[in-house]
Design a binder for this molecule. Structure first.
Ligand SMILES: Cc1cc2nc3c(=O)[nH]c(=O)nc-3n(C[C@H](O)[C@H](O)[C@H](O)COP(=O)(O)OP(=O)(O)OC[C@H]3O[C@@H](n4cnc5c(N)ncnc54)[C@H](O)[C@@H]3O)c2cc1C
Ligand SMILES: NC(=O)c1ccc[n+]([C@@H]2O[C@H](COP(=O)([O-])OP(=O)(O)OC[C@H]3O[C@@H](n4cnc5c(N)ncnc54)[C@H](OP(=O)(O)O)[C@@H]3O)[C@@H](O)[C@H]2O)c1
Length: 258
């Protein structure tokens, strides 16, 4: 595969399998590729007919890393992921030269608490955001909520806990509240067990974290399953929070994955 004016050809350097339907991979990164934490890339792979298939992928790695990292679902019969999941270290992946997306913390002004609400692979952009220093300095609290069906799908758990021991973040590490939500295994005791929408409606999430979500103090990013995004957004706008728009900063920034 050859680079074009639209994309570069990168190489897979590492693959980590989390579950039968979940894996992460790292690729080389072109020196000229730029992005802001929270943004997504468009990745391309060649299918069995030699046609290129393109999909949007949030970037998990930090803007200052010399590699790119992605966290992926495997959809059975999915045109992109059934091919992507067969790739090995050393294989090529195409990366569009342009960066995309508005799920970035610069959408917000002067909040006290940053809430990062995710389902499944919707965790990805928040991993990149957490590796930036500005949010840790700007916010009093960062609440990361990750909702999955089963406990073994809580990918990046160790990495998220590791901010506590990371010298670079140590001064602010106490600000991070990491909330695991497991919806289809009531025996997952260290986690909350209802959907994010349910936990918001009945007040359990805020009680668990010890912080209220309100217009004055909260800035909320929501990513993943489109039904979750829509329902959560409706719940929070019903409580007076507003979508952050260009030139009109508010409380909410959202991204749907399908
Ligand atoms: C802005 C944006 C960022 C994205 N970032 C990521 C990412 O970081 N990681 C990632 O795995 N996917 C991400 N996606 C989804 C990704 O673009 C593809 O949809 C996914 O790779 C599946 O491709 P496919 O061709 O195999 O199946 P598709 O034909 O694209 O999807 C088939 C069906 O699979 C389900 N599905 C698709 N993606 C997901 C998912 N991520 N989690 C659960 N169910 C899903 C939906 O029901 C969808 O209708 C993102 C999508 C958008 C729009
Ligand atoms: N995860 C698996 O074991 C598995 C196995 C095989 C195939 N798949 C396929 O993979 C795809 C994605 O699976 P996934 O588990 O990553 O994604 P998902 O279905 O979006 O579930 C991820 C999390 O989001 C929650 N959620 C879903 N809809 C919601 C809503 N409207 N409001 C609030 N929370 C909501 C889920 O809760 P609920 O549990 O309550 O839905 C779960 O905790 C699906 O198409 C599925 O068929 C998944």
């Amino acid at each position: 595969m050859k680079a074009s004016d639209k994309y570069t050809v990168e190489t897979i350097t590492e693959i980590r399998t989390w579950a039968s339907n979940l894996f992460s991979f790292k690729t080389t990164r072109s020196q000229s590729y730029r992005f802001i934490a929270g943004q997504f890339a468009r990745l391309g792979v060649e299918d069995d007919n030699g046609d290129l298939v393109w999909r949007a992928y949030s970037i998990c790695s930090a803007p200052y890393d010399d590699f790119l990292e992605f966290y992926s679902i495997v959809v059975s019969d999915g045109a992109f992921t059934s091919r992507l999941s067969q790739l090995k270290v050393g294989d090529p992946v195409l990366v569009e030269k342009r960066n995309y997306g508005y799920l970035t913390t610069d959408r917000f002004e002067c909040g006290r608490d940053l809430w990062l609400l995710s389902t499944g692979t919707g965790l990805a952009p928040f991993l990149s955001i957490l590796q930036e220093f500005d949010p840790w300095e700007q916010y009093e609290n960062i609440v990361l909520v990750h909702s999955v069906r089963y406990r073994h799908e809580l990918a990046y758990e160790e990495f998220i806990h590791s901010f506590q021991e990371n010298e670079l973040f140590a001064e602010h590490a106490h600000k991070l509240k990491y909330v695991q939500v497991v919806t289809r295994d009531q025996a997952a005791r260290s986690a909350l067990n209802g959907r994010i929408t349910h936990l918001l409606s009945n007040g359990e999430l805020e009680a668990h974290v010890g912080l209220p979500i309100d217009q004055e103090r909260s800035r909320v990013m929501i990513c993943g399953n489109p039904d979750m995004v829509q329902e959560t957004r409706d719940l929070l706008t019903g409580r007076g929070l507003t979508l952050s728009l260009r030139g009109k900063p508010g409380n909410l920034a959202v991204e749907n994955y399908w």
